[in-house]
Design a protein around this ligand. Structure first.
Ligand SMILES: Nc1ncnc2c1ncn2[C@@H]1O[C@H](COP(=O)(O)OP(=O)(O)OP(=O)(O)O)[C@@H](O)[C@H]1O
Ligand SMILES: [Mg+2]
Length: 350
């Protein structure tokens, strides 16, 4: 079977290591287009981190979160033994194996009796106090790192206010105030990042790290590893740009590359066409605005975004466009989306 090995990301890894090797001061929000390799990057990094780090990696992708308790409960790995937080922390410090953390949920161990107590009342406060105690015990020996993937999944979950605000406060406590743990929050939802970016409580308390698709040279080097010729590289780049997930598939479909490229574009075209036609029926006014927005990509691959209008929300929510709120830029989620948008404009004009 063809083994695809982790490729490059030297610049991003250097940046993350620079953060990890300094005192925790700010929350790091990691963002980027869909399927750009954010999760892959962090999973790779966790496996290769020096032993003096202890990582808790929680991926919310595969969990169902409808209320705050759902989120709080999945943070824990409930143990039957009655032991103290100190003992648990010691066990983690002594036995920690980075590669074992890379499961969908790298959860925090907790004794059953303590777990039950936490959820009797004021669960959110109790949970954060427990986690802070555990992390501060671990921090005496090693450097704790907390990574939350797909954080937008709890964006609208309510407690008294919104759960996400409580969580941001907890993160600020761990970083800026106590300097206890590094915190990385990963998301591919650019509307969520836009909310974060404009959130007053986070100003001066976080930094941003963009994990984008590969650039041309990185893509070329990746494909060369699997024996791609100059022509095959150009064909792949013209259809998929540097989107890692498609590059991996291109390698697997090398013996029928042209067909694979055309099929992929056809799929993307159909996906967008069905959605846009559905919108035309339900909301002709918004449909017109989306088409006007698409026209910005007739000859350009990005456009400036001055406001989060309805058409921006629609195209971003449907994963057709990616918004970088820091640069106020809108661009298709992938080269394939750019080609599909252009084909759709032609189809509608003909
Ligand atoms: N650096 C890389 N080297 C090799 N393959 C990669 C790399 N980055 C990503 N991939 C491939 O692309 C796929 C998608 O990457 P990944 O799931 O990390 O993207 P993501 O940005 O987390 O996506 P999402 O937006 O859905 O969260 C991976 O399963 C892997 O096959
Ligand atoms: Mg991901």
């Amino acid at each position: 079977m063809l083994e695809i090995e982790f490729h490059n990301r030297e610049k991003e890894i250097r940046e993350i290591m620079r953060i990890l090797n300094s005192r925790p001061d700010l929350i790091t929000f990691v963002y980027g287009p869909i399927n750009s390799g954010k999760t892959e990057l962090f999973q790779h990094l966790i496996k290769t981190l020096p032993k003096d780090f202890v990582v808790f990696y929680v991926n919310l992708r595969h969990v169902y979160v409808s209320k705050a308790d759902d989120f709080l409960k999945i943070l824990f790995d409930v143990r039957s033994k009655r032991v103290s937080v100190k003992t648990i922390a010691k066990e983690i410090v002594d036995t920690y194996v980075p590669s074992e953390v890379v499961t969908p949920l790298g959860r925090f161990p907790i004794p059953k009796n303590v777990f039950k107590e936490l959820f009797k009342e004021k669960a959110i406060e109790n949970v954060f106090v427990y986690l802070e105690n555990l992390l501060s015990e671990i921090a005496k020996k090693k450097k704790p790192v907390l990574i939350l993937d797909e954080l937008q999944k709890i964006g609208d979950v309510k407690i008294d206010g919104l759960l996400i605000y409580e969580l941001f406060n907890f993160f600020i406590g761990l970083t800026k105030e106590a300097h206890l743990a590094h915190v990385f929050a990963i998301t591919s939802d650019s509307l969520f990042i836009e909310r974060v970016f404009n959130e007053a409580m986070l100003h001066g308390r976080c930094r941003y790290l963009l994990v984008d698709d590969f650039d041309y040279n990185t893509t070329k080097d990746f494909l060369k590893k699997y024996g791609f010729s100059r022509e095959e590289i150009d064909l792949t780049w013209n259809y998929f740009g540097g989107k890692p997930v498609y590059l991996v598939e291109a390698v697997k479909n090398r013996d029928r590359l042209k067909e694979f490229c055309k099929e992929s574009l056809e799929d993307r075209f159909t996906f967008i066409l069905y959605r846009i036609n559905d919108l035309k029926r339900k909301n002709p006014n918004l449909f017109e605005k989306v088409i006007t927005l698409f026209k910005a990509f007739e000859n350009e691959d990005k456009t400036e975004c001055q406001e989060i209008s309805d058409e921006v929300i629609w195209t971003v929510k449907n994963n057709v466009l990616f918004l970088d709120p820091r640069k106020r830029l809108l661009k298709p989620q992938s080269q394939l989306d750019l080609l599909a948008i252009r084909s759709i404009l032609k189809e509608l004009i003909d």
